[in-house]
Design a binder for this molecule. Sequence first.
Ligand code: COA
Length: 261
Amino acid sequence: MANYKYIDTEVKDGILTLTIDREDKLNALNKATLEEIGEAFQEIYDDSDVKAVVIIGSGERAFVAGADIAEVSELNEVNGRKFAEVGQEVFASIEKCDKPVVAAVHGFALGGGCELAMACHIRIASRSAVFGQPEVNLGLIPGFGGTQRLPNLVGRGRALEIMMTGDTISAERAYEIGLVNQLVEDKAALVDYCERLLKKITSKAPLAIGMVVDCVNAAYEAEENGYQTEANSFAACCKSRDFVEGTQAFLEKRAPQFTGE
Ligand code: COA
């Protein structure tokens, strides 16, 4: 992986930890950080050594405290649209990644931080996590896909309330409403839990994991028929080596050895 200025990447046992590294600004996403995340995901798509990804914030206080308000304050109609489009594109590349991506959330996950967590496939949070979409306090709305993803995760009424009030949501409440998959005690437990979760997922057939992502995403694409995507993906699984290996291993009462082919 390349060297980046605002993010740090480290691969261990096939799991890439992508750390947002602007601790003095509570890991706020300036344009450069956003672009670096996008570039890192292009590398992740192509790097066969990377089997899974955890996204986490540096330091103890924040996952990501939102888009960088110093930069946001300078936006006009033209570059504001561009900023939202770049953010949406980068976050879509996370959501569409064929390798599992988990958000490990501790501390503030506000605005673009909450949206970044929502673009990941799974969210795990420590009890210190604080979620929210406070853009209305700035005369703005979420611009990196939040208006679309939040209703899918927590329901339309709750999403509207969260985005209209700008209120923060505790980790416990986020768990209650389905915004996060699992709560753990602290940052150390968070890292440990995410690693164990990803080890489990990466022990399954990689092609099938990628196709699950594809099919679930198809349900949210207006121009796609999710059932058709599912049938096509199911058929593609049936001609894979991993399908032969998985079914044979079951019948032979042994553990499967998947190769992703
Ligand atoms: N953009 C730019 N800088 C940010 C930021 C953001 N979204 N969030 C925090 N920071 C910076 C602060 O300006 C401060 O920098 P400084 O030390 O150079 O002044 C530093 O991070 C620490 O934040 P601070 O506000 O002093 O910490 P706090 O504990 O008092 O408050 C928050 C923490 C998260 C409640 C507060 O920083 C906040 O409300 N941030 C903005 C959240 C937001 O509206 N996000 C959506 C943006 S679209």
